[in-house]
Design a protein around this ligand. Structure first.
Ligand SMILES: [Zn+2]
Length: 461
């Protein structure tokens, strides 16, 4: 029996204990004395003048390019094929001699991106489900992992939050067994100051219990997917249940925050809703400042904005931190709307400004018992043999997973896919897998991960 099966079969009190043990382990790994030194450096860089920041970033870029070219088979071959000397790449402009790197190229040549120096660096293995189910599994150095956390905490500190602040977390982890139909629909990670609220039990019948628990614990900070927070906010605005306190701030991640979501969340919770953009691949980070503007975290990775018509641009990025798995000019698949030239933020931070990010926007999957499930890409987290995928739904009784298979796809992958989908959607719904050569795209060529024909499943309505 694996740990997850033990967890799912344990009573809530044991599950709370396991969540806390997990939190303790994560804290010990992430927040070592080395981390505290790093965090202080990262926070100090937020106030650096533009010239000092630019000099620092140029050095980081040169280090990463040399490292990629000398320690990974993929880049060694690429530089040889292009007849390029990596030491000649000294600036962001020089980097354009390299082609843009597509996610599928990484997926197809995964092992070739591993740095030969990684073994001595103390790495962990990380997983990404990608925007459309294009999963990657790769090594990440502890230093890179810690710098990513430091950049995220820097952003939170701007809003008066630190690692001692209790928070309610609404996201896609299966912390509460799906068959459970009575509260508590939350679990506690004591060392992480975290109340995990299940994203899979948020029906009209259960939501009053969620709000009661928020009122009882009054966490000053609420974090989650905008799709889940908007669901809770709309429920409150419909007058069904009210929050009895004002949180300090709400923060969102993983999905794009749509204007109407921001509006309902801020209205219902009576607090500002802030956003940041980042990804497991750790190539780019963009965070909101107290003036409400999005700044590129220039010290974390080189973000190139490649014009894509209509004042929008593709986000292409080169991470500075993960020496175990270098990605140069990586196409994140996300699009940014550019800020008008000449606009400067009164906060004085040096990072370039972005108006908005058009990243993940997904419809919900609706189950026969009325649950609305967002972030279905979690189902694909370890599915490296799937090239692309999409979820299609016409009625609450059935859902279709459209899959473009990779070369190594087997029956076992299908079983894993069905198992993970069942875990989130329950036993009532009919699940089928449809193998296709390519997926349906929008008129602008953007791939929607969930396509729903059900009326109340649309996130933008
Ligand atoms: Zn600012």
């Amino acid at each position: 029996m694996n740990l997850e099966t033990i967890y799912q079969r344990s009573p809530a009190v044991v599950q709370n204990l396991l969540c806390s043990l997990y939190g303790l382990r994560l804290n010990r790994r992430r927040y070592s004395p080395a981390y505290l030194r790093l965090e202080a450096e990262v926070v100090a860089r937020d106030q650096w003048p533009a010239a000092q920041l630019a000099e620092f970033c140029t050095k980081r870029l040169q280090t990463m390019v040399m490292h990629a070219a000398t320690t990974t088979p993929y880049y060694r071959r690429l530089f040889a094929d292009l007849g390029l000397d990596p030491s000649g790449i000294r600036t962001a402009a020089d980097l354009q001699a390299l082609p843009i790197l597509e996610k599928q190229t990484v997926q197809r040549n995964l092992g070739e991106f591993h740095s030969e120096a990684a073994e001595s660096m103390g790495c962990s293995t990380v997983h990404t489900s990608g925007t459309t189910g294009t999963g990657l599994i790769f090594p990440m150095t502890l230093a890179a992992e810690q710098e990513q956390w430091a950049v995220w905490w820097r952003y939170r500190q701007r809003f008066g939050i630190d690692r001692t602040t209790w928070y309610a977390h609404f996201y896609g982890k299966s912390v509460v067994p799906l068959h459970q139909d009575k509260p508590p629909f939350w679990r506690i990670n004591q060392p992480g100051r975290q109340i995990f609220f299940s994203g899979y039990h948020m029906t009209d019948r259960n939501l009053p219990a969620y709000i009661e628990e928020l009122n009882r614990r009054q966490p000053p900070w609420i974090q989650g997917y905008p799709s889940l927070l908007a669901l809770l906010a709309s429920f409150m605005l419909n007058g069904k249940c009210q929050l009895a306190y004002r949180p300090r701030v709400l923060t969102i991640g993983a999905e794009s925050l749509l204007p109407h979501q921001k509006q309902v969340i801020e209205q219902a919770f009576g607090a500002p809703c802030r956003q940041h953009y980042g990804m497991t691949e750790a190539v780019a980070n963009i965070s909101e400042c107290p003036e409400g503007r999005l700044h590129i975290d220039e010290d974390f990775g080189l973000v190139e904005l490649i014009p894509d018509g209509d004042n929008s641009a593709k986000i292409i990025a080169t991470g500075y931190t993960n020496l175990a798995f270098p990605l140069l000019r990586y196409d994140t698949g996300d699009v940014a709307e550019l800020e008008s030239p000449g606009i400067r933020c009164p906060c004085g931070r040096a990072g370039r400004l972005i108006k908005s990010i058009d990243g993940r926007v997904e419809d919900y999957v609706v189950t026969p018992d009325g649950r609305r499930i967002g972030r279905m890409d979690h189902v694909f987290k370890d599915m490296v043999n799937i090239l692309e995928s999409q979820v299609f739904q016409e009625t609450p009784g059935a859902v279709v997973f459209r899959v473009v298979k990779g070369d190594w796809y087997t029956q076992q992958d299908e079983e894993l896919l069905l198992h993970e989908a069942r875990k989130r959607l329950g036993d009532e719904i009919r699940i089928t897998v449809d193998y296709v050569a390519e997926l349906e795209r929008s008129s602008r060529g953007k791939l929607r991960f969930v396509i729903s024909r059900i009326k109340n499943a649309h996130i933008s309505s």
